[in-house]
Design a protein around this ligand. Structure first.
Ligand code: UT7
Length: 308
């Protein structure tokens, strides 16, 4: 039995915040942000709610998969910026979509949220407990960014990505491995109703090491080498992290998908947005082997190897 991505969709807020806009807000420069991170601009949800972004992304995924909302059995929404304290944003999304027969819940695993969600959704599909699962990563990080802190406010953006997963297509998850280490929680966190705090330098080193190691582990579980992989889609945190990862894995950047210049770090939304864009651009084709990897607050990290 497979686990296929039958539909993909993403949604972004209309407001574009460029590095030049940020120059007017904090003591920074386009040159610093571009060379240290690869980010040129990001989207900020001024009018859009988190659930609205998730809804637009999900609708596109359902339409591409030709799946009726009533046929979705489970909705998993990964976010660290839910719409309300409770209920889960997934329940609000469920009612907007009209997925009357689904049960819906949020998961919190920061930037690894989409991969953790894929692990849960994939397990439900493999166990025969569901045939169609909607998995969404959606964030409104602009709400928890301190816009006076130049060390973090230049990094993050808002957006949503969604996939409709089915047990009936030709795709499969060949291998996956997830990790958490709460010992390092203080490297990246936000207090309840507080701002993002980050020890960037430490996180940078841990991100490169942990993603490289888990990618190698997943390739070894699948009995494949990195040369078998068509595309690596890492969480979009920093272009320099992606370059260091590519070097550690022994691949060129042409095999690594990045859209960070347009959107910055959108946490749980970054991988599904990138997956969808890679597909739309023809960088990802049916049958391709794609390696997804992420690392973020928790700490949480992991990698998933898919046949698309
Ligand atoms: O999503 C979860 C995963 N996230 C990550 O993995 C993020 C990992 N970390 C990073 O991407 C990088 O560490 C940053 C982009 C956050 C920072 O880059 P860096 O090369 O590690 O810079 P730094 O923090 O060491 O700062 C270098 C200098 C400092 O000045 P001094 O002390 O050398 O005088 C900072 O104060 O750059 C200064 N600085 C800035 N200057 C202009 C920090 N932020 C800015 C800024 N504009 N926005």
């Amino acid at each position: 039995m497979g686990i296929s991505i039958e539909g993909l969709g993403y949604a972004l807020p209309s407001h574009v915040l460029t590095n030049f806009d940020l120059e007017k807000m904090v003591d920074t420069s386009d040159d610093w942000i571009t060379t240290r991170t690869g980010i040129k601009e990001r989207r900020i949800a001024k009018k859009e709610s988190l659930v609205e972004l998730a809804y637009r992304a999900s609708l596109d995924a359902l339409n591409m998969a030709c799946v009726n909302p009533e046929d979705v059995e489970v909705i998993v929404l990964a976010t660290l910026t839910p719409e309300l304290g409770f209920p889960a944003s997934a329940c609000l999304l469920q009612t907007n979509l009209g997925c009357r027969k689904a049960y819906a819940f949020d998961i919190s695993a920061a930037c690894s949220g989409f991969l953790y969600g894929l692990e849960i959704a994939g397990s439900l599909l493999l166990a025969g407990r569901a045939k169609r699962v909607l998995l969404v990563g959606a964030e409104k990080l602009s709400q928890i960014v301190n816009w006076e802190d130049r060390s973090t406010c230049v990094l993050f953006g808002d957006g949503a990505g969604a996939v409709l997963l089915s047990s009936e297509g030709n795709g499969e998850i060949l291998a996956s491995r997830m990790y958490s280490d709460g010992n390092h929680w203080e490297i990246l966190f936000a207090e309840r109703c507080g701002y993002i705090n980050m020890k960037g330098k430490e996180l940078f080193k841990l991100a490169v090491r942990s993603m490289a190691e888990v990618c190698e582990e997943v390739l070894s579980i699948a009995g494949l080498s990195v040369s078998d992989i068509n595309l690596v889609i890492p969480h979009q945190a920093n272009i320099r992290i992606m370059e260091a990862l590519a070097e550690r894995l022994g691949i060129g950047m042409e095999k690594v998908y990045s859209n960070i210049h347009k959107y910055g770090n959108t946490s749980a939304a970054s991988i599904p947005i990138a997956l969808c864009e890679a597909y739309n651009e023809g960088r990802l084709k049916r049958g391709d082997l794609v390696l997804l990897t992420a690392m973020g607050g928790g700490l949480t990290w992991g990698a998933t190897l898919l046949r698309f």
